[in-house]
Design a protein around this ligand. Sequence first.
Ligand code: AMP
Length: 637
Amino acid sequence: MSYAAFYRHSIESPEAFWAEQAKLIDWQTPPRQILDDSRPPFARWFVGGTTNLCHNAVDRHLAERADQPALIAVSTETGTERTYSFRELQGQVQRVAATLVSLGVGKGDRVLIYMPMIAEAAFTMLACARLGAIHCVVFGGFASGSLASRIEDATPKVVVSADAGSRGGKVIAYKPLLDEALRLSAHKPDAVLLFDRGLAPMDLTEGRDHLAAPLLEKHRDAQVPCTWLDATDISYTIYTSGTTGRPKGVQRDVGGYAVALAASMKHIFDGHAGETYFSTSDIGWVVGHSYIVYGPLIAGMATIMYEGLPTQGLDRQPDGGIWWQLVEKYKVTVMFSAPTAVRVLKKQDPALLKKYDLSSLRALFLAGEPLDEPTARWISEGLRVPIIDNYWQTESGWPILTVANGVEPTPSRFGSPGVPMYGYKVKILNESTGEELTGPNEKGVVVIEGPTPPGFMQTVWKDDERFVNTYWKSVRGKMVYSTFDWGIRDADGYYYILGRTDDVINVAGHRLGTREIEESISGHAKVAEVAVVGVADNLKGQVAMAFVVPRDGAVLGDAQAALVLEGEVMKQVSDQLGALARPSRVHFVSVLPKTRSGKLLRRAIQAVCEGRDPGDLTTIEDPSALQQIRQSVDVSR
Ligand code: AMP
């Protein structure tokens, strides 16, 4: 079937289309109704069906591939490498599940996971799925402030963590960050389960903290059956940044997600049972949920979980070839990474790519940020396999725009992630009038018309109103889901993404809200006002840059004092939010560019920082404010 026909079928007959896809997973009870769209924009998929993500990812494979590799955990930080077969994975997951049960966890309870990229993190996610507990994984690079706000929102019964993560050989102790977060949070979990990797000492709080090892040992041979869940029950929440400082808990279902992932593994990633999938993402991000843990395993593939930099070997020495070494060793067929990571590798000797036998690899998928042409060309020439850009969001759970080579081989175009995936009614609208832009290369907001396909977020955790108001009411007069991305479509239907319409920035493929960073900075006693914008960066795509009005004007004329305050502000952000959010520079100005109604002109600031025309400034209150921004950026260049 041509992709065009496949796509058309998904849009014209969604129920027939998805009923067919639903056969890709195991159901305990088959769905009674494929789609309940009676309360838009809430789409309920596979109503009446019961299933379980862990069953589909692990147990169902035991019949045919019990002894085949399922999880391959590689850490170039600790120099360790271990393969778990599906049978072993099931054993490990049951041990963690029994341990969680012993700590009081049951169906619907939240378990917050704050862990490095170790196999135990995947065991824990799968254990939650097995029990019907809702996992909420928080990226290990976040610091106590970010962690505390997520603990408060998720109200977990149990928090699962580890003594430490490690990055580039530098140990990052998690326990003190977690303790501080638990101190800050109004919600206190009943228990904290801790995996000790022997990297950093841990102070245990009596009655609350439990070391995992003795409990796992106690449940060594535990048999914990999968709890059959309604397709529309909640599988997990994952926090993402938006326009406000408060992160949103993106909530996902069970059945729709399982079907969406199984379908994407077949039609988009073209991955087959018995092969190996390698995604270089982190379990703290949606890619890690969908394409490190659940997607590949549901498809019966082995998945590589990699802890470490792309430029460090198993002997912990610099090695720009480690990924390719893993591709060769484990005969990876499908690989998934981010443009930023490839840009890091681009600095290495290109001969490294030739050193390994990469003949198993069929495609490299890149997502998370715009893929620039030089990066795409470099890696395409090096690997000689299709480089497939794919555009999606935490909210969607799986690609919105890409090419579905599993349906019909389709050429990619540089600069474009591709065409709408089956199930997605993607449109481009004029932001202020809501009018649909149908002509080629007309710029507007990329939106999705409901009903959204399976796997898409169900709602914002505990806040249906926020879900509707944030996502479905941003375009005048139309109830459509806004991606908050600008885009155009060419005459052949290929889309091009042109950046965010809101205050979200993308640092090394990671989504951050400038408001969150601003809130952290304005908490500093010496800061009167602050604006944070994302500025183009050759390596990371974007970096955060802060403009601060200090309380004490003397800082403006005192380079030494400015340097000290810049350091303090950066540290504050690192401590509260994590190093990822730390601004690359903090500039001091006497006034910030605002409209007369007091709205910060972030886009104008960003344009000036990037040496572009700031556009229409008729509403600016004090034109000298932009002049100051220009000067401070010029001086630092
Ligand atoms: P996240 O929710 O962290 O996955 O971030 C989603 C955002 O990242 C999107 O709204 C886009 O702004 C950006 N993004 C993701 N993938 C791509 C891509 N392939 N091309 C351009 N931008 C992308």
